[in-house]
Ligand binder design. Structure first.
Ligand SMILES: NC(=O)c1ccc[n+]([C@@H]2O[C@H](COP(=O)([O-])OP(=O)(O)OC[C@H]3O[C@@H](n4cnc5c(N)ncnc54)[C@H](OP(=O)(O)O)[C@@H]3O)[C@@H](O)[C@H]2O)c1
Length: 264
């Protein structure tokens, strides 16, 4: 069975690749950095004896995205799609480069929508138990995210989109599973790219990519829709669901005022 992983050149994507190869999947690894993809594919082939193909693609490019979608729709052995590619930015939306914000929407929203459509067009008629899609969202989906507005908004979209798909699949009694994975802070390259100073985040809030992916795959087997790894974040999401919106907005303003961006 084939697992397609976007954003497979670092962080969560690499760990998904290792763990899915260990579960017996062949892999299609997608990202922009060819050298990284090649070295991960080599590692997968050597250590897990799985077939690991790479596809160098910028998923914010329309033509490239259409080609990747066609590849997923036509893969006869498709079992799993992990929509994992993503990035964050830090700073007020009105100060941000709108082209970068548009790219984020393209990657988190349009690419997820297109590739999910291609995967479901393939998987639903085959009605294979254990097949499906993991959409890598974020705990940021559950609350407003000042200085990271597009990020929070696109991840909120991802949660609602995945929930809608789950309902449609249930209506059709389809065995195909969809998951919105909603982690908090994970030790990956994500924060370097976003320019976030890791030292301002309490140590207890950091998780490893290994822990997060293990939780995701274990929950996928149980067909859980929303997966929030770690008890601290489970508690946070539970509270956010109970608290009035006004109080959450007040807390968000205070937290954003306390955060000082690193110099340089
Ligand atoms: N780290 C966290 O704290 C955290 C928390 C919650 C959710 N997440 C989510 O987890 C997912 C994975 O992030 P990560 O933490 O593993 O960060 P990461 O190490 O920076 O990985 C991001 C991946 O996305 C790929 N990517 C970025 N832009 C792309 C594009 N235009 N086309 C194709 N691939 C692209 C990158 O590959 P190339 O640069 O080679 O293209 C890389 O493989 C993201 O969706 C992120 O929002 C992360």
């Amino acid at each position: 069975m084939l697992a397609v992983i976007t954003g497979a050149s670092s962080g969560l994507g690499v760990v998904f690749a290792r763990k899915l190869a260990a579960r017996g999947y062949d892999l299609l690894l997608i990202a922009r950095r060819e050298d990284r993809l090649q070295s991960i594919a080599r590692e997968i082939a050597e250590q897990y004896h799985a077939r690991a193909e790479i596809l160098v693609a910028d998923l914010t490019d329309d033509a490239t995205l259409a080609a990747v979608a066609a590849r997923i729709r036509d893969a006869a052995d498709l079992g799993l799609l992990v929509n994992n590619a993503g990035f964050g930015t830090l700073g007020y939306f009105f100060d941000a480069d709108p082209d970068v914000q548009a790219k984020m929407h393209r990657l988190h929203v349009l690419a997820t929508m297109r590739l999910s459509h291609a995967a479901l067009a393939n998987l639903v008629p085959r009605a294979m138990a254990g097949s499906g899609i993991i959409n890598v969202s974020s705990v940021a989906a559950f609350a407003p995210s000042p200085q990271s507005v597009s990020y929070g908004a696109t991840k909120t979209w991802m949660n609602r989109f995945t929930e809608g798909l789950a309902i449609e699949l249930a209506v059709k009694s389809s065995p195909v599973t969809v998951q919105a994975l909603c982690p908090g802070f994970i030790l990956t390259e994500f924060h370097d790219a976003a320019g976030l100073d890791r030292s301002v985040i309490p140590a207890s809030l950091w998780m490893t990519a290994d822990f997060v992916v293990e939780e995701s795959l274990r929950s996928f087997d149980r067909r859980s829709l929303f997966v929030v790894p770690g008890w601290r974040y489970k508690l946070l999401v539970w509270m956010l669901r109970l608290l009035p919106g006004g109080l959450i907005r007040w807390g968000s303003i205070r937290a954003a005022q306390r955060y000082k961006r690193p110099k340089g």
